[in-house]
Design a protein around this ligand. Structure first.
Ligand code: GSH
Length: 215
């Protein structure tokens, strides 16, 4: 099989890069990582060399190029069906995709107010309208799924849906947005995952500062 190359941005800030990276790493899928930092205010012109949208993440697999975080997760889930990226049961897979799509398409108030910034010291910020409604909807998703699966992750074992929400786990934690015990227990479970720890450690040692993401 051709090797898989995942192009990503800064680990401290690039929430969309984090999603396929943690899905693939948690599933034990071998890939080469190419990190191209956004050390320019508006992305990085070099992204155009490998990305049709000028954005990261992008997965290159031989002649096949896949962009969009969720499309990358879907592609590797098809390439490695035994890796268990999605739940085995069709009904659960459908729900996992539905909540992943909610993440991909929504929660803009939260994303705008609280950019992912893994190494940020924990502390609250003034919140725009809509942020707590996003937080409440995400907590409901997590609560319902974990009540059904028994946890520790959304569908029991770590899945593509947990990967799609991984940057939100960081935001809830870093911006001190939640206090419910079950939410905190999900955050603790995700943060204890070896793939999370690997990304976090690398994020903390990066030199780049993106001022607009320092809230
Ligand atoms: N919907 C896309 C979003 C990709 C995205 O916004 N990537 C950001 C980094 S997290 C980026 O490349 N920003 C640079 C730019 O827009 O110039 C996905 O899911 O992959």
């Amino acid at each position: 099989m051709d090797k898989l190359t995942l192009y990503i941005g800064n680990k401290n800030y690039s929430s969309w890069s984090f999603r396929p990276w943690i899905a693939m790493t948690a599933a034990g899928i071998p890939f080469e990582e190419v990190l191209v930092p956004f050390d320019f205010p508006a992305g990085n012109p070099r992204f155009r060399e490998f990305s049709p949208t000028g954005q990261v993440p992008v997965l290159q697999h031989g002649e096949v190029r896949v962009w969009q975080s969720l499309a990358i997760i879907e592609y590797v889930a098809e390439l490695f069906p035994e890796a268990g990226i999605w739940p085995k049961e069709r009904a659960k897979r459908a729900v996992a995709r539905a909540v992943s799509m909610e993440m991909l398409a929504g929660f803009r108030a939260l994303r705008n107010a609280c950019p992912m910034n893994i190494r940020r010291p924990k502390g609250k910020v003034p919140l725009a309208d809509g942020v707590m409604a996003d937080v409440a909807r995400i907590e409901t998703i997590w609560r319902d799924l974990r009540a059904h699966s028994g946890g520790p992750f959304l569908f029991g074992a770590f899945s593509g849906a947990d990967a799609m929400f991984a940057p939100v786990v960081s935001r809830f934690d870093v911006y001190d947005l939640v206090s419910a015990g079950d939410t905190l227990s999900y955050i603790a479970a995700v943060k204890a995952h070896p793939a999370w720890k690997k990304w976090e450690q690398a994020a903390r040692s990066e030199p780049w500062i993106v001022e607009e993401d320092e809230v």
